[in-house]
Write a protein that binds this ligand. Structure first.
Ligand SMILES: [Zn+2]
Ligand SMILES: [Zn+2]
Length: 255
Protein backbone atom coordinates (compact mmCIF):
# COMPACT_ATOMS: atom_id res chain seq x y z
CA UNK A 1 0.00 0.00 0.00
CA UNK A 2 1.28 3.47 -0.85
CA UNK A 3 -0.06 7.01 -1.01
CA UNK A 4 0.92 10.42 -2.35
CA UNK A 5 -0.48 13.93 -2.58
CA UNK A 6 -1.16 16.10 -5.64
CA UNK A 7 -1.39 19.26 -3.54
CA UNK A 8 -2.90 20.44 -0.26
CA UNK A 9 -4.31 23.75 0.96
CA UNK A 10 -7.11 26.21 0.29
CA UNK A 11 -6.20 26.35 -3.43
CA UNK A 12 -6.88 22.63 -3.98
CA UNK A 13 -6.57 19.20 -2.40
CA UNK A 14 -6.12 15.68 -3.71
CA UNK A 15 -4.57 12.54 -2.29
CA UNK A 16 -3.81 9.30 -4.18
CA UNK A 17 -4.12 5.91 -2.47
CA UNK A 18 -2.91 2.72 -4.15
CA UNK A 19 -3.33 -0.89 -3.03
CA UNK A 20 -2.28 -3.59 -5.50
CA UNK A 21 -4.03 -2.64 -8.75
CA UNK A 22 -6.61 -0.27 -7.23
CA UNK A 23 -6.00 3.48 -7.26
CA UNK A 24 -8.26 6.13 -5.77
CA UNK A 25 -8.23 9.87 -5.47
CA UNK A 26 -9.47 11.43 -2.27
CA UNK A 27 -10.99 14.75 -3.46
CA UNK A 28 -9.96 16.70 -6.54
CA UNK A 29 -9.68 20.45 -6.20
CA UNK A 30 -7.57 21.04 -9.32
CA UNK A 31 -8.40 21.70 -12.98
CA UNK A 32 -8.21 18.76 -15.37
CA UNK A 33 -4.98 20.08 -16.88
CA UNK A 34 -3.44 20.42 -13.41
CA UNK A 35 -4.59 16.94 -12.32
CA UNK A 36 -3.08 15.34 -15.41
CA UNK A 37 0.22 17.17 -14.84
CA UNK A 38 0.29 16.38 -11.12
CA UNK A 39 -0.60 12.69 -11.65
CA UNK A 40 2.14 12.37 -14.24
CA UNK A 41 4.71 13.49 -11.64
CA UNK A 42 3.73 10.31 -9.77
CA UNK A 43 3.85 8.14 -12.88
CA UNK A 44 0.05 8.02 -13.17
CA UNK A 45 -2.64 8.95 -15.70
CA UNK A 46 -6.38 9.49 -15.05
CA UNK A 47 -7.11 6.25 -16.98
CA UNK A 48 -5.47 4.41 -14.09
CA UNK A 49 -7.98 5.68 -11.49
CA UNK A 50 -10.71 3.38 -10.13
CA UNK A 51 -12.63 6.02 -8.22
CA UNK A 52 -12.81 9.41 -6.56
CA UNK A 53 -13.88 9.54 -2.91
CA UNK A 54 -15.16 12.94 -1.74
CA UNK A 55 -14.87 14.41 1.77
CA UNK A 56 -17.21 17.40 1.36
CA UNK A 57 -18.46 19.92 -1.18
CA UNK A 58 -16.08 22.87 -0.64
CA UNK A 59 -14.45 24.05 -3.87
CA UNK A 60 -10.89 23.25 -2.82
CA UNK A 61 -12.00 19.57 -2.68
CA UNK A 62 -14.38 19.20 -5.62
CA UNK A 63 -13.70 21.88 -8.23
CA UNK A 64 -12.05 19.37 -10.57
CA UNK A 65 -14.27 16.34 -9.91
CA UNK A 66 -16.91 16.80 -12.61
CA UNK A 67 -14.46 17.22 -15.49
CA UNK A 68 -12.21 14.39 -14.36
CA UNK A 69 -15.08 11.97 -13.68
CA UNK A 70 -16.86 12.68 -16.96
CA UNK A 71 -13.85 12.76 -19.23
CA UNK A 72 -12.33 9.56 -17.89
CA UNK A 73 -15.53 7.82 -16.74
CA UNK A 74 -14.35 7.58 -13.12
CA UNK A 75 -16.98 6.63 -10.52
CA UNK A 76 -17.47 8.88 -7.48
CA UNK A 77 -18.26 7.94 -3.86
CA UNK A 78 -19.77 10.54 -1.51
CA UNK A 79 -22.39 11.07 1.19
CA UNK A 80 -25.93 12.12 0.34
CA UNK A 81 -25.37 15.43 2.16
CA UNK A 82 -22.27 16.20 0.07
CA UNK A 83 -24.15 15.40 -3.12
CA UNK A 84 -26.98 17.75 -2.05
CA UNK A 85 -24.42 20.39 -1.13
CA UNK A 86 -23.11 20.59 -4.70
CA UNK A 87 -26.01 19.40 -6.85
CA UNK A 88 -24.74 21.13 -9.98
CA UNK A 89 -21.40 19.34 -9.83
CA UNK A 90 -22.71 15.90 -9.05
CA UNK A 91 -26.08 15.76 -10.86
CA UNK A 92 -24.31 15.46 -14.21
CA UNK A 93 -22.27 12.41 -13.24
CA UNK A 94 -23.52 8.97 -14.30
CA UNK A 95 -21.51 6.89 -11.82
CA UNK A 96 -22.36 8.13 -8.34
CA UNK A 97 -22.22 5.91 -5.24
CA UNK A 98 -23.84 7.19 -2.05
CA UNK A 99 -22.11 6.17 1.17
CA UNK A 100 -23.12 6.22 4.83
CA UNK A 101 -20.59 8.16 6.91
CA UNK A 102 -20.59 5.36 9.52
CA UNK A 103 -20.53 2.37 7.17
CA UNK A 104 -17.35 0.73 5.86
CA UNK A 105 -17.16 -0.05 2.15
CA UNK A 106 -14.53 -1.16 -0.31
CA UNK A 107 -13.41 -0.20 -3.79
CA UNK A 108 -11.34 -2.93 -5.48
CA UNK A 109 -8.50 -3.81 -3.12
CA UNK A 110 -9.01 -0.79 -0.83
CA UNK A 111 -11.09 -0.97 2.36
CA UNK A 112 -12.51 2.37 3.41
CA UNK A 113 -13.81 3.45 6.80
CA UNK A 114 -15.66 6.79 6.72
CA UNK A 115 -16.22 8.92 9.80
CA UNK A 116 -18.13 12.18 10.26
CA UNK A 117 -16.34 15.37 11.32
CA UNK A 118 -17.40 18.84 12.54
CA UNK A 119 -16.99 21.25 9.59
CA UNK A 120 -19.22 23.84 7.93
CA UNK A 121 -20.43 21.63 5.07
CA UNK A 122 -23.58 19.49 4.59
CA UNK A 123 -22.22 16.10 5.64
CA UNK A 124 -18.43 16.34 5.98
CA UNK A 125 -16.74 12.96 6.17
CA UNK A 126 -13.14 11.88 6.48
CA UNK A 127 -11.65 8.43 5.88
CA UNK A 128 -9.29 5.64 6.88
CA UNK A 129 -7.92 3.61 3.96
CA UNK A 130 -6.61 0.09 4.43
CA UNK A 131 -5.27 -2.90 2.54
CA UNK A 132 -6.37 -5.15 5.40
CA UNK A 133 -2.98 -4.89 7.16
CA UNK A 134 -2.02 -1.21 7.16
CA UNK A 135 -4.20 1.82 7.90
CA UNK A 136 -3.84 5.33 6.49
CA UNK A 137 -5.90 7.89 8.41
CA UNK A 138 -6.79 11.22 6.79
CA UNK A 139 -8.20 14.19 8.69
CA UNK A 140 -8.54 17.69 7.25
CA UNK A 141 -11.30 20.31 7.25
CA UNK A 142 -12.31 19.79 10.85
CA UNK A 143 -12.94 22.53 13.39
CA UNK A 144 -12.28 20.48 16.50
CA UNK A 145 -11.68 16.93 17.64
CA UNK A 146 -14.27 14.44 18.87
CA UNK A 147 -14.01 11.22 20.85
CA UNK A 148 -15.09 9.33 17.74
CA UNK A 149 -12.33 10.93 15.63
CA UNK A 150 -9.72 9.96 18.20
CA UNK A 151 -11.03 6.40 18.40
CA UNK A 152 -10.94 5.77 14.65
CA UNK A 153 -7.56 7.47 14.09
CA UNK A 154 -5.80 5.47 16.79
CA UNK A 155 -3.43 2.71 15.69
CA UNK A 156 -2.96 4.05 12.17
CA UNK A 157 0.28 3.30 10.32
CA UNK A 158 0.15 6.65 8.52
CA UNK A 159 -1.62 9.90 9.26
CA UNK A 160 -2.33 12.93 7.08
CA UNK A 161 -3.41 15.48 9.65
CA UNK A 162 -4.65 19.03 9.14
CA UNK A 163 -2.52 21.79 10.66
CA UNK A 164 -4.38 24.71 9.13
CA UNK A 165 -3.24 27.72 11.07
CA UNK A 166 -1.34 29.16 13.98
CA UNK A 167 -3.66 30.99 16.40
CA UNK A 168 -1.42 34.05 16.70
CA UNK A 169 -0.83 34.40 12.96
CA UNK A 170 -4.57 34.12 12.31
CA UNK A 171 -5.39 36.68 15.02
CA UNK A 172 -2.87 39.19 13.66
CA UNK A 173 -3.70 38.62 9.97
CA UNK A 174 -5.73 41.16 8.04
CA UNK A 175 -8.55 38.68 7.40
CA UNK A 176 -12.02 40.11 8.17
CA UNK A 177 -13.20 39.27 11.69
CA UNK A 178 -16.00 37.04 10.35
CA UNK A 179 -13.52 34.92 8.38
CA UNK A 180 -11.20 34.63 11.39
CA UNK A 181 -14.16 33.38 13.42
CA UNK A 182 -15.16 30.90 10.73
CA UNK A 183 -11.65 29.45 10.36
CA UNK A 184 -10.98 29.30 14.10
CA UNK A 185 -14.49 28.12 15.04
CA UNK A 186 -15.69 24.63 15.95
CA UNK A 187 -16.83 24.03 12.35
CA UNK A 188 -13.72 25.54 10.77
CA UNK A 189 -10.18 24.25 10.55
CA UNK A 190 -7.69 22.71 12.97
CA UNK A 191 -5.19 25.05 14.63
CA UNK A 192 -1.64 23.68 15.14
CA UNK A 193 -1.90 23.19 18.91
CA UNK A 194 -5.36 21.58 18.57
CA UNK A 195 -3.94 19.13 16.00
CA UNK A 196 -1.08 18.41 18.40
CA UNK A 197 -3.51 17.76 21.27
CA UNK A 198 -5.56 15.46 19.06
CA UNK A 199 -2.38 13.60 18.10
CA UNK A 200 -1.44 13.28 21.79
CA UNK A 201 -4.73 11.47 22.41
CA UNK A 202 -4.06 8.84 19.69
CA UNK A 203 -2.30 5.53 20.00
CA UNK A 204 0.66 6.29 17.71
CA UNK A 205 2.58 3.07 18.44
CA UNK A 206 2.30 1.86 14.83
CA UNK A 207 2.91 5.18 13.12
CA UNK A 208 5.33 5.10 10.15
CA UNK A 209 4.37 8.37 8.47
CA UNK A 210 2.95 11.64 9.78
CA UNK A 211 2.18 14.46 7.39
CA UNK A 212 0.84 17.92 8.21
CA UNK A 213 -1.73 18.99 5.62
CA UNK A 214 -4.06 21.82 4.51
CA UNK A 215 -1.65 24.49 5.83
CA UNK A 216 -2.74 28.09 5.34
CA UNK A 217 -0.18 29.99 3.24
CA UNK A 218 -0.82 33.18 5.22
CA UNK A 219 -1.60 31.97 8.72
CA UNK A 220 0.87 29.12 9.11
CA UNK A 221 4.38 27.95 8.24
CA UNK A 222 5.70 24.39 7.77
CA UNK A 223 8.07 24.86 10.74
CA UNK A 224 5.27 25.93 13.09
CA UNK A 225 3.15 22.92 12.09
CA UNK A 226 6.08 20.50 12.29
CA UNK A 227 7.19 21.76 15.70
CA UNK A 228 3.69 21.51 17.15
CA UNK A 229 3.41 17.87 16.05
CA UNK A 230 7.01 16.79 16.70
CA UNK A 231 6.98 18.05 20.29
CA UNK A 232 3.87 15.93 20.90
CA UNK A 233 5.35 12.63 19.77
CA UNK A 234 9.02 13.40 20.52
CA UNK A 235 10.40 12.95 17.03
CA UNK A 236 12.77 15.04 14.89
CA UNK A 237 11.15 18.01 13.18
CA UNK A 238 12.20 16.66 9.78
CA UNK A 239 10.42 13.36 10.35
CA UNK A 240 7.09 15.17 10.02
CA UNK A 241 6.19 15.60 6.36
CA UNK A 242 4.36 18.65 5.04
CA UNK A 243 1.86 18.44 2.19
CA UNK A 244 2.64 21.42 -0.02
CA UNK A 245 0.08 23.37 -2.07
CA UNK A 246 1.97 23.13 -5.33
CA UNK A 247 3.91 19.88 -4.96
CA UNK A 248 1.90 17.80 -2.45
CA UNK A 249 4.26 14.99 -1.48
CA UNK A 250 5.83 12.03 -3.25
CA UNK A 251 4.85 8.38 -2.79
CA UNK A 252 5.09 7.02 0.73
CA UNK A 253 5.03 3.28 1.21
CA UNK A 254 3.58 1.31 4.11
CA UNK A 255 5.63 -1.77 4.90
ZN1 LIG B 1 -10.44 22.39 2.46
ZN1 LIG C 1 -13.81 22.56 3.83
Amino acid sequence: MRFACLGSGSQGNSLVIEVARTRLLLDCGFTLKEVIARLSRLGLHPDMLDGIVITHEHGDHISGVEQLARRFNVPVWLTYGTMRGAKRTFSMLPRINIIDSHQRFSIGDIEIEPYPVPHDAHEPTQFIFSDGAFRLGVLTDTGCSTTHIETVLSRCHALVLECNHDAQLLASSNYPQSLKQRIGGRLGHLENTISAKLLANLDCSLLQHLIAAHLSKINNTPILAQSALSSTINCDLDWIGVADQSTGFDWRQLI
